[in-house]
Structures are given as C-alpha cells and as structure tokens.
Design a protein around this ligand. Structure first.
Ligand SMILES: [Zn+2]
Length: 341
C-alpha cells in the first residue's frame, strides 16, 4: 500500500493530490491511502482522483473544533439549528442538549461521511461519479481547482479512462467539453479521420441517438440519400460528428438539455470544430441546414476560414420551404447518388 504523507500540502493545493496519484499509478494494483482530510464535501473528489482508502481523522479534528459536517459544507455547531440537523442518533442527542457534545459531534460527522461514501459507491456503479464531482465544485474551491487541474492533464489521464460505457454522459455544463471521453473523440477525429467528398452538409443534432433514428434525421435523409454529400452533425459537446461515426462512443452515448440557448464557450467550440473539419476537407461547397446556435457556430467558422457557406434553412429546418430549398441547392451543386441495381 502507498500512504500519502503530505496531507497539509494536499489540503492547501489539490493539484498535488492529482500529481501524486498519477505518479503512484505507474505501479498498478497497489492501493493508495490518503489519511487525514476526508470530509463529505471533498470525498467524491478524493475517490475520483484514484484514492482507495481514507479515514475518520477529519471527523475527529473538526468535532474538537465544534464543526458540524453537512454533505457539502463544514459549519460551526452554533450556526446549525435543530431543523437542519440530519436526524441521526447523535443529532437527536445534540438537539436535546445532551452532554459530551464533542463525542456526539464526532459520531454525527462520521455518520455523514459514511453516508456520503454510500452515495459515491452508488454513483460509481451507475457510472455517474464525474457528474457528481462536477456538482460538488459549486460548493468548494478545493473541488473546483482539483477538477480544473484534472482536465488539463489529458495526456496523463487518458490511458485510465474507459473507451466505452453504456452509461450516457450528461453534458450539463461547459466543463463537459474537457472530459477525456469527449476530448478523445475530438482528438481522434482531428488525427485519424479524413473528410472526403466535394459537398459538405452540416445538420443539427437530435435528442435521439443515434441521430439517424430520429424523426428529423429521417426527414433530412429522405433528401440527402439522393445525393453525393458528406454529412456532418453539429452538436455540443462533441462539436462535429461525421455521419459514418455516429455509432462510435460517445457520439450515441451523451445527452444534453435541449434549451436552445448556447453558451459563448459552446459557440466558440462548435465554430472551431466546423472550421477544422472544413479546412481539412477538399469541399467545393459547404451547405448548412440548421438554425439558432448551430447556424451561428457555422457563421463564425466562415469568418475563421474566410469562406462562404450556403444556408438552406428558412426559420425551421424541417419546414416544407426549408426542405425544398435544401433539395434545390443539392440538385444544383451535388452529383446524384448512383443507385445500386
Ligand atoms: Zn447527524
């Protein structure tokens, strides 16, 4: 077993925890023990970092200082009213004014720490620990700094991250763009995928995955299947997904809230991905059949490239008018697809 001794340094600077675990993980299958600092507020991040063992030292030290643990914070007991106490046996005794308050406070802190560990085990089994840690960043700078540093260490962390999972990635924040599973897809698209064809057609993503099974994409394909076009799906957080890769993980394993509102970060990311794949192709024409943030991302890509794209959607990508415009444009610039006899 490895024991991390520099506990004070880790408490001060969470990036030290990350660097230490990464260096220890070069020797596989040896448990790593981080003594002294586990609290409910940081436990998910500690487990996410790759630590295998923690202890109750922080429960004792904080009880001696009169500090009460919640799942997200550490509060002076004097600030904790009985109605927000957790309801464990120690809390019931505390609210009745029983003696030996330090001991009761320790028992409560330990109860909440163990409860948090149960929740983390459940998140691990469901493949949702990353999302849970992202949520914890809202309450603690330590968690926040750790996750930001973690996402900067892509090359070191990538070998440890699964290449497939049945669990869908929930793309709820701008941080999702930096997840290893997302970056790996984008990096491989840049280095291994060669765009082909003369006509690029950018289409909006659908909530249903793979996109081809959605109602809107079945409508789009009733037109595009007649022409020689290279289809690219615009989406956040993956940027651009070539039609032929829509089954590749995680292109069919993510979900994103459909609000129609794009953050500045998402728009920049989308425009860079569109510009990159367009630049690497040898397209005579680029057609965009999309609205809202999808179209805005493409307009920004035009500015990056200094090219002009053709826009075919007239307010609603599945309206008769828009679909008719798409067909007319493709008839004028694309070769008809050769049908098999
Ligand atoms: Zn309690």
């Amino acid at each position: 077993m490895f024991v991390i001794g520099s506990v004070r340094s880790v408490e001060r600077d969470p990036s030290i925890l990350l660097k230490t675990v990464l260096s220890l993980r070069k020797k596989p299958n040896v448990p790593i023990y981080l003594p002294g600092i586990a609290k409910p507020s940081n436990l998910a991040t500690i487990v996410f970092s790759g630590i295998d063992l923690v202890d109750d030292t922080a429960c004792i030290i904080h009880a001696l200082d009169g500090i009460y643990f919640t799942r997200d914070e550490e509060l002076p007991l004097s600030d904790v009213s009985p109605d927000i106490m957790c309801g464990c046996e120690a809390c019931i005794a505390l609210s009745r004014g029983c003696e030996n308050r330090t001991r009761l406070l320790y028992l409560h802190n330990l109860f909440v720490l163990k409860k948090e560990m149960e929740i983390i085990r459940y998140k691990l089994v469901r493949g949702k620990l990353r999302e849970y840690v992202e949520g914890k960043t809202a309450f603690s700078d330590w968690n926040n700094v750790f996750l930001s540093t973690h996402d900067e260490f892509y090359d070191e962390i990538e070998p440890f991250v699964h290449v497939f999972s049945k669990t869908k990635i929930f793309a709820g924040t701008d941080r999702t763009i930096k997840r290893v599973e997302i970056r790996r897809f984008v990096e491989r698209l840049k280095t291994r995928y060669e765009p082909k064809g003369e006509i690029a057609l950018f289409l909006p993503c659908s909530a249903k995955k793979p996109y081809s099974l959605s109602r809107t994409h079945r409508i789009f394909r009733s037109i595009t299947e007649d022409f020689e076009v290279s289809e690219f799906i615009l989406t956040s957080p993956l940027g651009v997904v070539p039609r032929e890769l829509e089954m590749v993980y995680p292109a069919s394993h993510y979900e994103i809230p459909i609000s129609g509102v794009w953050s500045e970060c998402e728009l920049q990311w989308l425009s860079q991905c569109v510009a990159d794949i367009t630049r690497r192709g040898d397209f005579k024409h680029v057609v965009v059949h999309a609205e809202g943030g999808f179209a805005e991302g493409c307009k920004r890509a035009e500015e990056i490239l200094g090219d002009e794209f053709i826009y075919t959607s007239k307010g609603n990508a599945t309206s008769k008018e828009s679909l008719s415009e798409l067909r007319n444009v493709l008839e004028s610039i694309a070769n008809p697809k050769k049908k098999a006899n």
